[in-house]
Design a protein around this ligand. Structure first.
Ligand code: ADP
Ligand code: MG
Length: 219
């Protein structure tokens, strides 16, 4: 579904922070992306989300070579990729319902066409009681789940999550992991960037490990 071939990345005139990355994210697969702070996890997720282009090598996403995509092609491909940012990026003046519905509203869909889907998804992540709450009144775990619901509202083929358990206690981390596994069972590929070994040790999933700019894969 996504393929990297000899990808390298540098910011500005600095050294390459990622080198010779060759790997594949397969349909319906589940993997952790790991490595110490500063290893390049967020940068790699941004390349997977087409928010950052590599400085060398090639990336193909859903059969399209990223280098040949025009700005106009991006929205339709990005819609198939859901992303949960480390800082959530929820809008404080909107409720949970409105935040989750936003990607659909922006595309001009009418509220009656998506209302039930949004309600169902918010209930699925366990936020039914917080449907009309503002993010400013919500805990880290609640905001994380709202951000996950927003990333999933368009039924993406792949979900990317950046340190989703970084701001929650261990029981909530386990709950989030169960949510990601359940999502994966329904056919969505999942990539979780984390340096939380307690989380990774709970399941025997594939690990993409970044260190010193390079990638090692443990299947
Ligand atoms: N926008 C940027 N401009 C310049 N350097 C950056 C930028 N974003 C990240 N970096 C650098 O790239 C390296 C990898 O960062 P990042 O991808 O955030 O790693 P991680 O998510 O694993 O902590 C770090 O050395 C960081 O300082
Ligand atoms: Mg990061």
């Amino acid at each position: 579904m996504i393929r990297f071939d000899n990808v390298g990345l540098r910011y500005d005139a600095g050294e390459e922070i990622l080198r010779d990355l060759t790997f594949e994210i397969r349909k319906q697969s589940f993997q952790f992306l790991t490595g110490p702070s500063g290893a390049g996890k967020t940068s790699l997720l941004r390349m997977l989300f087409l928010a950052l282009r590599p400085t060398r090598g090639s990336i193909s996403v859903l059969g399209r070579d990223v280098a040949t995509l025009s700005r106009r092609d991006l929205p339709s491909i990005r819609r198939r990729i859901g992303i949960v940012f480390q800082d959530f990026r929820l809008l404080d003046h909107l409720t949970t319902f409105e935040n989750v519905a936003l990607p659909l509203r922006v595309r001009g869909r009418s509220e009656e066409s998506y209302r039930q889907d949004v309600v169902d998804l918010i209930e699925w992540v366990g936020l039914g009681a917080r449907m009309n709450a503002s993010p400013v009144t919500m805990s880290g775990g609640e905001k994380q789940r709202a951000a996950i619901a927003r990333a999933l509202i368009d039924q993406p083929d792949i979900l990317l999550a950046d340190e989703p358990t970084g701001n929650v206690d261990p029981p909530m981390a386990r709950r989030l992991l169960r949510l990601f596994l359940e999502l994966n069972r329904t056919g969505t590929a999942v990539v979780i960037a984390t340096h939380d070994f307690g989380l990774m040790d709970q399941i025997g999933a594939r690990r993409l490990m970044l260190g010193e700019g390079r990638l090692a894969i443990h299947d």
